[in-house]
Design a protein around this ligand. Sequence first.
Ligand code: TNX
Length: 528
Amino acid sequence: MALIHRMGWYGVLAIALACANATASAINTTTTAGVAPEPPTASVLARTVVPAPGYRVDGEGAFQLDRTTSVEARGEARPVAEYLVNLLRPMTGFSLPLSGRGDIVLVVEPGHPPGGYDLRVTTSGIWLAADDPAGLFEGVQTLRQLLPPATPSTTRWGIAATTISDRPRFAYRGAMLDVARHFFGVDDVKRYIDDIAMLKINVLHLHLADDQGWRIAIDGWPRLTAVGGASQVGGGAGGYYTQDQYREIVAYAASRYITIVPEIDMPGHTNAALASYAELNCDGRTRLPYHGTSVGFSSLCIGKELTYTFVTDVITQLAALTPGPWIHIGGDESSATTLPDYISFVNRVTAIVAATGKTVIGWHDIGYGTTLPPGTVGEYWDYTGPRGASSVLTQRILNADGRLIMAPANVAYLDQKYDLSERLGTKWAQAPTTIQEAYGWDPAAIFPKHGAESILGVEAPLWTETVDTMAEIEYMAFPRIVAIAEIGWSTSAKRTFKEFAPRLGTFGAYLDAAGITYKRTPGVPWSH
Ligand code: TNX
């Protein structure tokens, strides 16, 4: 009962709502007309899950994790099983041996939902199965939310009996972190990776270069980091990743089944490179480091061959550091480049990426290109209300057999202010952006003509002009990133904020337990 007290009745309401989605005949927590349900005891309280699973039916009783519990990994499940016990051991204090026979069985085998998993919790054990380790990993994220949040008072580790079958709506579920406007070191990026992994986000896009900073070492171009890396918004010291540090980030992300997408924004947003090398400028004169927050004033020199030597070196080295399929070339807000120059640049640079075997991603502006390689991905950053130019540009990307990542600025941008009185954030994209707005859109409804199969996925970008600590990153991201993650994952045709809000409120207890800073947005029944 103490736990129910802590969660409040919203948690219980959320269970009822979760059950309401399931097949009526299988529900045993609903009641016959007029009879109030018996409140579940602490140990059988079914926790709610974000993003919402596709199918869930709750059962009777609960599985109790205790000091006798063991974990078994079958097939290729071993790394995910290790991740699970490494999470649970410090939380619970139980030894949870990984052994030949376990009460918790993790299985990789064919026959489960593509990209997802099947989970069954009974009083005697837990069975979690998926086609591949990535799907199994997403199942583990669900399991974490079925356990109580790890608060100091948590002593009983019950998981209410349930059957879940779950799979993602979109293959690409992204978050973007701008490490150029303010630099964030390896440990911060790892922490953000862990934060987003909880939400079944499987791509982290790193915005590695902009006017204010160049953040990745490129062999043969040492001034990019020595000069271009030594600045940031407000004039701080900046910083950069060596290639070894970058590999460490990529490997850490891979251990969480997250793909890193590196972005070098070009031909605009390049002042840091132009400040590093005089010869990259058309007039041969180095630019001064930039510490402000304007956009649209810089451009690589489109007519110089050296520009393409530079871009080829950068892209080739980034491709070698990138096990994932994508390289992002930016391409937004190139107001200091003429349109003919922009088009010729996009044509050449997309071909440079294609020559490395990688697929190009660019902001949707790259739709101006006239020779986009087949399969090019456009990242849509205009508003949810479709607008003239962006509708044409996205169509051109689709005509190149391309796909779209939906990141509409007025709802998916995590840097927009929660309300206009906030210190952090910007407001150009129709701020304030409330949690209700972040949740209340559908990626397939923006361009209904394009068809749902044109959408590769969704992304929640966090630009960092106003953000320079980990706590500020988390504050801007949470809880809105939970909304974007659910939009990317959940297959439910009729999501409503009303149903989401109590689940999000419950999730707040997990954020508290993980020490994640978040905005207690109005309209959400935060758990305490
Ligand atoms: C626009 S939208 C940008 C970024 C800024 C952001 C601030 C887009 C692709 N680019 O350069 O950081 O606004 O909200």
